[in-house]
Design a protein around this ligand. Structure first.
Ligand SMILES: Nc1ncnc2c1ncn2[C@@H]1O[C@H](COP(=O)(O)OP(=O)(O)OP(=O)(O)O)[C@@H](O)[C@H]1O
Length: 325
């Protein structure tokens, strides 16, 4: 049987120890501000002010602020933490022109999302902001819930698990497909050391897996220079996979591909999206349809419509700005 009075004495002693360390009144350790009825993603300024009088128990200002946020909007913060990519109210102006304008977009863990939109809609600038190439003027950009991407540079962001594939493939033409993958996996090892380094069994298994995913298994000993345009795109996707990203950003992967390659690329990205999140920017609607994923249509730097391709393409605003052109 539990000795209630001993337990109470222990709790009182713990509270006293805490009070000693933190120097706050006893009531502050037990009183909690009520959470708002409908927690949102943004902290209402008035709510923060109303609770500012509440004595803080956390010794560090940042921890205190985070604890306050969590208490005020537990649903909202939790919702952001469960996302892989979270953009809210992001804006970027170039020479007075708003390329990105209050953009909000959330990609879940394990989700593949297609981004469409007319020329100049802000798709590339959005990718630049996510990867740290461009700093937004304002707004939140978070990776894995808590990593504020606006505070990191491109190299940091790449090493955190965001891989980006640009439209033009950049592979090592004079090396074989397998060596291209080994070079991509090597990280800081030199080219010479990489090519003469004995593969561990884990490395060999990863390369095998990537060769299978990218449909290049039977071409492993071919020089990259001898691949078709589509196969080079797949190799470059494979080289990104070798760095084991959690989020893959892919810019117009099927531009210049044959119909068969386009079809195969949709299957390939679907395979990848079984274990990672993928954001694909693409103009080719047949390809987007083959992906069969949620579509976001950007226009003038913000989200114009979001949903299935059928729903988005039936939206009169989308028809007007994009599909009708
Ligand atoms: N560095 C820059 N300086 C000035 N203007 C820029 C810069 N980068 C982008 N812009 C402008 O911002 C707008 C959005 O460009 P962005 O390249 O992001 O559009 P996009 O949707 O990727 O277009 P596309 O489909 O043609 O690639 C365009 O009007 C572009 O001219």
């Amino acid at each position: 049987m539990i000795d209630q009075s001993a337990a109470r004495r222990e709790a009182e002693m713990q509270a006293a120890r805490l009070r000693q360390v933190q120097g706050v009144p006893a009531t502050a350790l037990t009183r909690r501000p009520a959470a708002p009825a409908a927690p949102g993603l943004t902290l209402p300024a008035a709510a923060v002010r109303a609770n500012a009088a509440e004595p803080f128990v956390s010794p560090h200002p940042y921890a205190t602020q985070r604890a306050l946020e969590a208490r005020l909007a537990p649903g909202g913060i939790q919702a952001r933490r469960e996302t892989l990519l979270y953009l809210d109210g992001v804006s970027k102006t170039f020479d007075g022109f708003k390329a990105i304008n209050g953009l909000s977009l959330v990609v879940a863990r394990g989700e593949m999302r297609a981004i469409i939109g007319p020329n100049g809609a802000g798709k590339t600038t959005m990718m630049d902001i996510i990867t740290g190439k461009t700093r937004p003027d304002k707004g939140d950009v978070y990776f894995k819930g808590d990593i504020d991407l606006t505070q990191h540079d491109e190299a940091d962001i790449a090493s955190m698990g965001i891989g980006r594939k640009f439209q033009k493939p950049t592979v090592f033409d004079s090396h074989t497909i397998e060596d291209n993958l080994r070079l991509a996996m090597a990280g800081s090892r030199s080219v010479f050391a990489t090519l003469f380094h004995r593969k561990s069994s884990a490395e060999a298994a990863t390369i095998e897996e990537i060769l299978t995913t990218t449909r290049l298994g039977d071409k492993r000993q071919m020089l990259a220079a001898d691949l078709s345009h589509g196969q080079k795109q797949w190799l470059e996707i494979g080289m990104l996979l070798a760095q084991d990203p959690e989020l893959l950003l892919v810019d117009e992967p099927v531009a210049g591909m044959t119909d068969a390659e386009t079809e195969e690329t949709a299957l390939l990205l679907k395979d990848i999206a079984r274990t990672r999140s993928v954001v694909v920017v693409e103009h080719d609607m047949h390809f987007v349809r083959a992906l069969g994923v949620k579509v976001t249509c950007l226009h003038e730097g913000s989200v114009l419509a979001e949903g299935t391709l059928d729903a988005v393409s039936a939206d009169p605003r989308v028809v007007e700005v994009y599909l009708g052109r």
